[in-house]
Design a protein around this ligand. Structure first.
Ligand code: 5GP
Length: 125
């Protein structure tokens, strides 16, 4: 089921549980503002999810309501993970799904970071 970004944040979503340590994940990076971990169902040789630590449903929610420090911290964390994973020289792709048309399934903001090989056309049709 896809996410309705107008709904209030559900503290029992799967990424909230990962952030609370109730469900395991394969962590690649963590700081005050963000957690990055491998996607359970990778769509590319490297497929990492970066999530903010705050309770934000989507990019819409985050960009409207997060503090400057949270936004800066999250954006810097995404860039840091890409560099740390050695993805910059050959390039990589960031993707954010928002709401129904975006196909968002987990109602906690996450950015997909894809890399490790050619990623093909932007949209698969
Ligand atoms: P969305 O469609 O919401 O943008 O992407 C959700 C992503 O979360 C999917 O790529 C899916 O494979 C991943 N995912 C769902 N549940 C889990 C989980 O429990 N652990 C991890 N690591 N990834 C998950």
């Amino acid at each position: 089921m896809t996410v309705d970004p107008a709904k209030p944040y559900d503290p029992d979503n799967i990424f909230a549980k990962i952030l609370r340590g109730e469900i395991p994940c394969n962590t690649v990076y963590e700081d005050e503002h963000a957690l990055a971990f491998h996607d359970i169902n990778p769509q590319a040789p490297v497929h990492i999810l970066v999530v903010p630590k705050g309770a934000y449903v989507s990019w819409d929610d985050f960009s409207a309501s997060a503090s400057e420090a949270e936004i800066a911290g999250f954006v810097r964390a995404v860039g840091h993970v890409a560099r740390e994973q050695g993805l910059v020289v050959r390039g990589y792709r960031l993707l954010g799904n928002i709401g129904r048309n975006g196909g968002q399934e987990v109602p906690h903001l996450h950015i997909h970071l894809f890399g490790g090989g050619p990623l093909g056309p932007m949209l698969a049709g």
